[in-house]
Design a protein around this ligand. Structure first.
Ligand code: ADP
Ligand code: MG
Length: 250
């Protein structure tokens, strides 16, 4: 589902990704950890077309992200095709970025109606299903300001799911939450993983990584330092930098 081959990202003279190679198969969950500034968000943003890869190849579901290959040359993808690729990828950020002037249900049906031209009745029915799936059936008419951080984040997940994505990206989805609200969001993510969603999760929740992740990738300074089954990486890290990082977060 995701195949990164030597992915690089430069911001002017600053190289933030220095050749990331990794693969995520359908239905797998990859957890991505690493110190602040190591390039985790930038990598997710490249997958989701928020940044453009500057060298290397990045494929999602077999398609080159943002470019097309003609002959041996890469050409930027037509914006319409880039938008179509992006539509199939859901992303949830650290800060719940719900539309404040819309109810939970309105937030969820907005993109399916505007982007996918779904009929309102269909979008509403699916929206209610999704709210139930994240445990918020009774909050359809609540505005974001009337919801807790954990509830807002669950609406954000439902909103991403409303586009029927084939891949979900999570960028520290629980980092801005009060500790007692973290579990309810992780539970929703765990259920999603159990139901076969392909996911890349940037997180500091090592319990989640251990129990839900198929792979754990430790990034530092724009490179993958170490990757493997979560239990192995967590209990028997091979690299000094991994050991040092884990000793701070575990
Ligand atoms: P992480 O998510 O692991 O904390 P980021 O991907 O956010 O790391 O950032 C990695 C590096 O890239 C940081 O040094 C950050 O300052 C830099 N960076 C991120 N976005 C930009 C940008 N738009 N322009 C310039 N530098 C950026
Ligand atoms: Mg980040």
């Amino acid at each position: 589902m995701v195949d990164a081959r030597g992915v690089q990202k430069h911001f002017g003279a600053l190289q933030v990704l220095k050749g990331i190679s990794l693969q995520v198969k359908p239905k797998e969950v990859m957890c991505l950890i690493g110190p602040s500034g190591s390039g985790k968000s930038t990598f997710l943003r490249c997958i989701n077309h928020l940044e453009k890869v500057t060298a290397g190849r990045l494929y999602v579901d077999g398609e080159l992200v943002g470019y097309e290959e003609r002959g041996n040359k890469l050409h930027e993808l037509h914006p319409k095709r880039a938008a179509a690729q992006r539509r199939d990828i859901g992303m949830v950020f650290q800060r719940f970025n719900l539309f404040p002037h819309m109810t939970a249900l309105e937030n969820i049906i907005e993109a399916p109606m505007q982007v996918k031209r779904q009929k309102k009745s269909e979008a509403l029915a699916r929206g209610r299903e999704l709210l139930a799936q994240v445990g918020l059936a009774e909050k359809a008419t609540a505005y974001p300001a009337q919801l807790s951080g954990g509830q807002q984040q669950r609406v954000a997940i439902a909103r991403a799911l409303a586009m029927e994505p084939k891949l979900m990206l999570f960028d520290e989805p629980t980092s801005a939450l009060d500790p007692e609200l973290v579990g309810e969001v992780l539970d929703v993510m765990r259920k999603l993983a159990d139901n076969g969603m392909t996911m890349i999760v940037v997180t500091h929740e090592m319990g989640f990584a251990r129990e839900v992740g198929d792979h754990l990738v430790f990034m530092d300074g724009g490179v993958v330092v170490e990757a493997g089954p979560p239990r192995e990486v967590l209990s028997n890290p091979q690299h000094e930098r991994t050991k040092s990082f884990l000793s701070k977060v575990l």
